[in-house]
Design a protein around this ligand. Structure first.
Ligand code: TPP
Ligand code: MG
Length: 278
């Protein structure tokens, strides 16, 4: 897909994910919207995955380590054909496999995630496994910035550099918020680019809601031979949900009817503007 198509797709995915959360009355609006552009670039542009054969040995692997942001991912997996689109209606319903956090019951999901701090360690193992098996697979993992407070990330970061896993590309959704407030007020993350560099990673900073920048960074990875790559993606939590941007209370806030309709109108309008400029 070209950049304009990817941008349009991101609007559609936001509309679908918003509807999922509104209708189910549960979900994580803020983080699913901040990461939506990154997930669209991965699934419609970059990753080698086959919805008809989700366990293809040489597929690229994706882990949503900040598993609470799963709604955009479900919408993408359904749209790509990993499972039927109609199944999205069952999100968070009793008996559905579309839980509020990803599980391996869902085709296309590689690991259960949501307990923060597990995605990067698992990704390091997958990257090493792929290399040892002679596969050209890349492993992509999306982490949260609040999630960086989990010490397991730093053990994994050290191991990844130690083993030179340059088939590992981590993307850090740096939206500056976690569940209770600003990351810098809860557990300060500070200069996270320098921290990862000090751990032996190669780092690029981008606007993580800018499709061109996301695509360019994904194309440039690995940034250095023999080093794991970190894309430090500066994003807006609640991106494009007019009343929810940059507000911690929308981490898992549920829109009321008026808010839902206003958000849908904003996104539909954005789509029309994009189409009229196409
Ligand atoms: C081990 C663990 N501790 C606490 C939580 C509760 N929790 C869920 S989301 C969240 C905040 C995550 O913030 P961040 O990683 O910045 O995600 P984002 O801002 O992208 O939503 C927390 C603390 C959890 N899921 N797992
Ligand atoms: Mg965050």
């Amino acid at each position: 897909m070209q950049i304009k198509e990817l941008e349009l797709k991101a609007v559609d995915i936001r509309l679908r994910a918003l509807r999922l959360i509104y209708e189910a009355g549960t979900g994580h609006l803020g983080g699913t919207m901040s990461a939506a552009d990154i997930l669209v670039a991965l699934y419609y542009y970059k990753m080698r995955v086959d919805p008809q054969n989700p366990l293809l040995p040489d597929r690229d692997r994706f882990i949503l380590s900040k598993g609470h942001s799963v709604e955009s991912l479900y919408c993408i997996l359904a749209d790509r054909g990993f499972f039927p689109l109609e199944e999205l209606d069952s999100y968070s319903q009793f008996g559905s496999r579309l839980f509020g956090h990803p599980t391996v019951k869902v085709p296309g999901i590689e690991i259960c995630s949501g307990a923060l701090g597990h995605g990067l360690p698992a990704a390091v193992g997958m990257a090493l496994g792929a290399r040892k098996s002679g596969l050209s697979s890349k492993v992509y993992v999306v982490m949260g910035d609040g999630e960086q407070a989990e010490g397991s990330n730093w053990e994994a970061a050290m191991a990844a550099a130690n083993y030179g896993t340059d088939n590992l590309i981590a993307i850090l959704d740096r939206n500056m918020l976690q569940i209770t407030g600003c990351t810098e007020d809860v557990i300060a993350l500070g200069d996270v680019a320098e921290k990862y560099r000090a751990f032996g990673w190669s780092v690029k900073e981008i606007d993580g809601n800018n499709m061109q920048q996301i695509v360019d960074a994904l194309d440039a990875a690995p940034f250095e031979v023999g080093k794991p790559s970190l894309i430090l993606a500066h994003t807006i939590k609640g991106k494009d949900i007019c009343f929810a941007e940059n507000l911690a209370k929308w981490h898992h806030g549920i829109p009321n009817k008026d808010q839902y309709e206003a958000a849908v109108a904003f996104l539909e309008n954005k789509k029309q503007e994009m189409l009229s400029h196409a």
